[in-house]
Design a protein around this ligand. Sequence first.
Ligand SMILES: Cc1cc2nc3c(=O)[nH]c(=O)nc-3n(C[C@H](O)[C@H](O)[C@H](O)COP(=O)(O)OP(=O)(O)OC[C@H]3O[C@@H](n4cnc5c(N)ncnc54)[C@H](O)[C@@H]3O)c2cc1C
Length: 484
Amino acid sequence: MIRTGAQYLDGIRDGREVWIDGEKVRDVPSHPAFAPIVAVKARMYDMQHEARFQADLTYEEGGERHSVYYQPPRTQEDWHRKWRSVDALLQEIGGVVTRVGDETVGEMWSLQDGKDLLNEIDPRFGDNISNHIRRVVELDPFHVSANTDPKGDRSRHISDRDPDMMVHVVKETSAGIIIRGAKYETAAAYADQAYLKPTVGAWTDEKESDYALGCIVKMGAPGVKHICRNGFAGRGDPADYPLANRFDEVDTLVVFDNVLIPWEDVFFYRYTKAAQQVRATLHRYSAFPYVLRLLYNADMMIGAAMFNARQTGLEKLQAVQEKLADLVCYREGIRAHLVASIALAERSPAGLLMPNQSLLYAGRVLACSQLPVMMHAARELIGGQICVTPSAAAFNAEGSSEWLKKFYSLNQNWESEDRRKLLAFSRDLLNSDYAGHRLAFVQFAQAPHFNHLAAVYKSFDFSGPLDFVRRAADMSAKVMGQPR
Ligand SMILES: Cc1cc2nc3c(=O)[nH]c(=O)nc-3n(C[C@H](O)[C@H](O)[C@H](O)COP(=O)(O)OP(=O)(O)OC[C@H]3O[C@@H](n4cnc5c(N)ncnc54)[C@H](O)[C@@H]3O)c2cc1C
């Protein structure tokens, strides 16, 4: 089944407890901070029903249509179709959104790859993950990710901290487990469910295993409280902040105040080995859609910088062309990693097709770590006018408009209103509060940089370089036996 936008809106009107700026939100879909991004998600659902998008966004199985976003990948074509489905969405909405479901669902496929481990704890848990993977295909909920606890002072053992600093089980009942704690989650306040799992950390201490918990939490369940950061939408004139007003993906501190998780939604708990497995494999699929978003981010920087260079005639200068080429290399570097990760895809333990892990994780490091440098390159190419240009109101007000029209009109193709729009777009992409927030999102939302590097280290096959050096240096074969 594929849902409609209206069904999605009905689903999140479930009486959930949502707070923003000290205000209790009465209706999430119509609240100004949420309305634009909720509309994007609703549009995403409606697109699946439209004939022109159906081939890219849906597939048929057992006489039913399902979402390509949630289809477990088995072939290279499945991955190409996922790419096309993201392309169709971002082209349709005219911007970049990341946490809209497809980018988090793969975390459950990773867990299924460790199903044998779950079965070691209890065979029911292994079945639960398979059931949930099927359930998202069949019911098309909006699924997000809950990894990061507040954690507290990590120089102290967890037993010496407030136990709620990390989500934990407080009680087992016949209906399920009761959990307490909190997680940071983007989009939780307007999503249907989250896959909650242990945070990044050294999962080696058996004593912490009470905190080694993986489950599905319904975002409107009793005891779930969403305390959101303040929104960017509605803060300034959309004419001045066109991205912030349409694509702000509101992040939430989700508090779990004795929340009942029914047994069928539990994947594991009190099992440190499962936490280790989750952290080692979490992004093996979901890194792909995450990195893919950065390709579109790069396109926005290239488009803005190139338009500016054309408007002002700077495009003809070789030094400017070289700076534009730097942006293109970044963009093509991301594309090359994504294309190659599909071309050299690998079979997973559960029989799915994973993007080539070493290439995908190396591509994530390139895309995320170089973004600050590339944002600065684009900022520099567009020049100082993105910081000093007056607001749209000044362009329209009698007294200032004639002067602004005069100084912002460049030639017959570029009149002042289009130049103003380009500068406002560029400011919101590169310089605004929202731009800074998006940069932080990219650096942290799918784990921080050190964790991205750890994934590269674990997935790269060091035997090739080792053997090459062994032969080149004429060392004995014995050295290859050294443990890593
Ligand atoms: C905009 C945004 C959106 C987010 N959305 C989500 C979401 O949807 N779901 C979710 O679960 N989480 C989300 N997060 C949280 C994100 O996953 C965390 O911020 C991230 O895992 C880092 O955790 P932390 O913030 O507690 O930083 P810390 O753990 O306090 O780390 C801070 C810094 O300390 C250093 N550091 C810490 N530990 C180590 C180590 N072991 N080795 C080396 N260096 C280390 C690193 O430099 C690190 O960047 C989001 C974060 C942001 C900023």
